[in-house]
Design a protein around this ligand. Structure first.
Ligand SMILES: Nc1nc2c(ncn2[C@@H]2O[C@H](COP(=O)(O)OP(=O)(O)O)[C@@H](O)[C@H]2O)c(=O)[nH]1
Ligand SMILES: [Mg+2]
Length: 405
């Protein structure tokens, strides 16, 4: 069974209570039962189009998307649970999305849960993968349907303040994968989006570990180009003052480093100069996912970051989008020019068009004869209509239309 047919079996559920719906598995048996299941799953795909019918250009100020990332075991899932409790107690309207396909049990009820769509153990079996490959492939499969997730959230946008997103345990699976980038970009082009980077505070008390963690956060900041909040978690075990001091006072960090004379220490001392600039772009809060300390400070930091997103990041995003559109128009113009030249050279004979934009599913129809049109062109029907439209030739457009139907 190929990947395409597997993808057809994916199902994204939009219900408010995620746990109750039918779970759809990725499997390879082509039985009648499977066909029924497939039909059911497609029927279950009750994700409606957004009010605008578009995802990209319709930007909304609410809800704010909070993507929770961090090293394995830093407490992302526990923190998300705490956020859910806090939103419920404070009458903040939240929506929860779980993107970790490998988590066994979730302490919170996710509105959209990747596990309802992709069974990562099945993916492991069928693609002959290890656990990390299985998680990554599951996320890739889910990313192919992510526009529908965005539409679900867009539809509810007026009733939501925050969307809380939990990510896979292993940080690199989300932050360094194509699907992680697709998901982040999809969010960031539709809603204000903030990254919450969870740090295991007790484990970061050594300067070298702290430095590694900060370098990772730094790479995420520059990769996503989104506002980032450092969330020092587990403050019930160790307070995060030392981290604040190290970030604010370069000398203090250098002093801590000197007590460690390993090779890593020398390396980190050089790197700490680089990080000094990075710290200036950050907000940091201390929290405890277990006791609930620091939640108000966290939401304040998120609000400030969302403002920053609108002022700084949104402008950059718009600029990138305009540039992308300009390049696309330029490419189309070049294609049209190439086509015009091809037609002139062919002197009325059949021409095969290479546009670079036709997908493999748009097959060229051999000898498509548009009677009475000088010159005769053999082109894909769709492309011919598009061509006529671009030439502003309504009569040609209509005649092609009649030829097709
Ligand atoms: N003491 C303490 N333990 C925590 C806190 N947050 C998470 N943990 C523990 O850290 C471990 C990993 O948490 P988990 O949420 O699964 O981490 P994830 O892999 O980042 O999602 C679990 O044993 C949690 O109970 C906290 O604020 N305080
Ligand atoms: Mg987790």
């Amino acid at each position: 069974m190929d990947i395409d047919s597997k993808l057809k079996k994916l199902d994204i559920k939009s219900g408010d209570e995620a746990s109750s719906s039918t779970q759809v598995q990725v499997d390879s048996k082509g039985t009648a039962e499977d066909k029924d299941e497939l039909a059911d799953s497609m029927n279950n795909l009750n994700v409606e189009a957004s009010s605008s019918g578009q995802v990209g250009p319709t930007f909304k100020r609410k809800p704010v998307i909070i993507i929770v990332v961090g090293m394995a075991g830093s407490g992302k899932t526990t923190f998300l649970h705490r956020l859910v409790c806090h939103t419920q107690a404070s009458r903040i309207r939240g929506y929860v999305l779980n993107l970790d396909p490998a988590v066994m049990t979730l302490p919170y009820g996710a509105n959209i849960d990747i596990r309802d769509t992709v069974k990562y153990k099945e993916v492991m079996k069928q693609f002959n993968l290890g656990p990390n490959g299985g998680i990554l492939t599951s996320l890739n499969l889910f990313a192919t349907k992510f526009d529908e997730v965005i539409q679900v959230i867009e539809k509810r946008a007026d009733q939501l303040d925050y969307v809380l997103v939990d990510t896979p345990g292993q940080i690199e699976i989300f932050t360094w994968s194509a699907s992680g980038a697709i998901i982040t970009e999809a969010f960031a082009s539709t809603f204000p989006t903030v990254v919450a980077y969870v740090v295991d505070t007790p484990r970061s008390s050594s300067p070298v570990t702290f430095m590694s963690n900060m370098l990772y956060a730094c790479s995420i900041l520059y990769k996503t180009r989104l506002p980032l909040v450092l969330v020092f978690n587990k403050t019930d075990v160790a307070q995060h003052q030392f981290a604040i001091e190290w970030m604010e006072d370069f000398e203090a960090f250098q002093g801590a480093m000197r007590s460690d004379d390993s090779y890593m220490s020398t390396f980190s001392q050089s790197l700490s100069l680089v990080l000094d600039e990075f710290y200036k772009n950050l907000r940091s809060v201390g929290v405890s996912a277990v006791s609930g300390a620091g939640m108000d400070a966290f939401f304040k930091a998120i609000e400030a970051s969302a403002e920053e997103y609108m002022e700084t990041y949104k402008a950059g995003l718009d600029k990138r989008r305009v540039e992308k559109q300009r390049l696309e128009e330029e490419r189309q113009k070049q294609n049209m020019e190439k086509l015009r030249k091809d037609m002139e050279n062919s002197g009325g004979q059949s021409v095969v068009l290479s546009t670079g934009s036709l997908s493999s599913s748009m097959v060229l129809i051999p000898q498509w004869n548009l009677h009475g049109l000088p010159p005769k062109i053999s082109v894909c029907a769709l492309f011919a209509k598009d061509f006529a439209r671009k030439l502003n030739d309504t009569s040609l457009y209509e005649r092609i239309g009649r030829g097709i139907h």
